[in-house]
Every structure is written in structure tokens, then in C-alpha cells.
Design a binder for this molecule. Structure first.
Ligand SMILES: [Zn+2]
Length: 81
């Protein structure tokens, strides 16, 4: 997925509240386990790095490394509006 497409998708998810914008309390990085990325919807394969963000509300988001970055950036820009 192209980064611009990803960014627009994440922005829509964040604005609609499907993906929350909370400061992640804890974030782990590890090998992908095939679970679907909360941002792009693609599976995170064992060949990729999976970021697991544990949110204060109890939700756990699993994201690709790039998707995690985009999610944080989109949340920041949303907070500035
Ligand atoms: Zn992803």
C-alpha cells in the first residue's frame, strides 16, 4: 500500500473513532504473528515487525511499524486542529 493511501485510510479511521487516538501506555515491537493491522487491514507476516500498542482503555492495537508511525502522526495532527 502506498504511504499516501495509508495515510488517508488512517486519517479516516481516526476521525471516525474506529482507531482510537490515545497515548499508548506500553508498546511492544516483535515479529508479526499474522494478525491484521489495525491501520491498513493487511496481515502482519512473520517477516515484518509488529507493533503492539496497549491503550489505557484496554484496547490493544496491532500495527506494522510504518502504520504505527502514521497512526501517531495522524493523531498528532488531529489534536492540533
Ligand atoms: Zn499496516
Amino acid at each position: 500500500m502506498e504511504e499516501l493511501t495509508l495515510r488517508l485510510r488512517v486519517r479516516r479511521l481516526v476521525e471516525s473513532g474506529e482507531v482510537p487516538c490515545e497515548e499508548s501506555g506500553k508498546t511492544w515491537a516483535g515479529r508479526g504473528t499474522g494478525s491484521h493491522c489495525a491501520a491498513c487491514g493487511q496481515p502482519i507476516t512473520p517477516f515484518e515487525v509488529e507493533f503492539e500498542a496497549e491503550l489505557p482503555s484496554g484496547t490493544t492495537l496491532r500495527l506494522h511499524r510504518l502504520c504505527h508511525e502514521v497512526w501517531r502522526e495522524e493523531c498528532q495532527s488531529l489534536a492540533l486542529e
